[in-house]
Design a protein around this ligand. Structure first.
Ligand code: ZN
Length: 305
């Protein structure tokens, strides 16, 4: 059976680039693995953060749109992005991120809730090491990758059907109105939660909003299979777009959340080596001739790492 292996990446909107870099590298300890531009708007950064090699399941990417108004939370969007850490490290995480509220418990795991520089809802979930897979030695107490995303929708059923149908998720529980879905297997980012806010006002995109969530396809062929199935279900899905590091299709799930299906290959190492990943502006071939102009227009960013 065709099924996704989980979250490929999450893409969000930031206000300023430098604040974003500081939070995701300094605060969360992720690596800035790619500095490129928004392929649809090359005057804007597109910054990728992840594990050392920028693996799917660890990638969060941002379009910092200087001066964009704040987003309004609501239905039809990804309401929270959660990372997994070893449970023994949760207290240290609370200290280092300055989270004063005690962790809440969700499906048996403690969860810290915080906001990034732009107000985006971030969660840190403490997991029992036995339930996590392959923590890399350099990140023993660090972020292993995504735990989950939480989608806010007015009517959970149609979204649930898409997850359990075409994407291959399994329904694994319900707690306080929160529906949990997962795909089996190792690796990060296997959970999607659905919540139905009391107030069903539609979300408005702005800084601090998640723009879309991408799910993994192993290769182009599997992606084509997903695309056929989506079309067959009457869902309006884009043609395949070349995102340089993966190939993408986009569609709105029935609850209004923008979904993408992205291929695992070719990956972040296609245009620069592991050692220097994310240190220089990378442009797709079709923008190379405009490099000087593009580089001059981007606000400067600095990393301390
Ligand atoms: Zn994307």
């Amino acid at each position: 059976m065709r099924r996704t292996t989980g979250i490929h990446h999450v893409t969000s909107v930031a206000g300023t680039a430098q604040g974003n870099v500081d939070f995701y590298t300094g605060g969360l300890g992720l690596r800035l693995v790619k500095r490129t531009v928004n392929f649809d708007d090359p005057g804007t950064w597109h910054l990728y953060y992840g594990d050392r090699s920028g693996s799917p399941g660890t990638l969060i990417t941002f379009f910092p749109w200087q001066g964009i108004p704040g987003g309004r939370p609501g239905v039809g969007e990804t309401a929270a992005t959660a990372y997994a850490v070893p449970v023994r490290a949760l207290e240290n995480w609370a200290d280092s991120l300055g989270v004063e509220r005690e962790p809440t418990e969700r499906f048996g795991d403690p969860v810290l809730s915080l906001r990034d520089t732009d107000g985006s809802s971030i969660e840190i979930v403490g997991e029992d090491p036995s339930s996590g897979e392959d923590p890399s030695p350099d990140a023993e107490a660090g972020i292993r990758g995504f735990h989950s995303v939480t989608l806010a929708v007015a009517q959970p059923d149609p979204t649930a059907r898409l997850l359990t149908g075409i994407l291959g998720y399994e329904s694994i529980g319900e707690e306080n109105g929160r529906l949990r879905f997962a795909v089996p297997g190792p690796g990060p980012g296997r959970i999607v939660d659905l919540v139905r806010p009391e107030d069903s006002v539609a979300a408005r995109l702005g800084s601090g909003s998640v723009h879309h969530v991408a799910f993994r396809a192993r290769d182009d062929e599997e992606q084509a299979g997903f695309r056929e199935e989506l079309r067959g279900a009457g869902i309006d899905v884009t043609p395949v777009r070349d995102r340089q590091y993966f190939h993408s299709i986009y569609f709105r799930e029935p609850g209004g959340v923008l979904f993408e299906i992205a291929t695992d290959p070719p990956g972040m190492l296609i245009d620069e080596p592991l050692e220097t990943l994310g240190t220089e502006l990378q442009l797709p071939p079709w923008y190379e001739s405009a490099r000087e102009r593009i580089e001059a227009a981007l606000p400067p960013i600095e990393t301390t790492a």
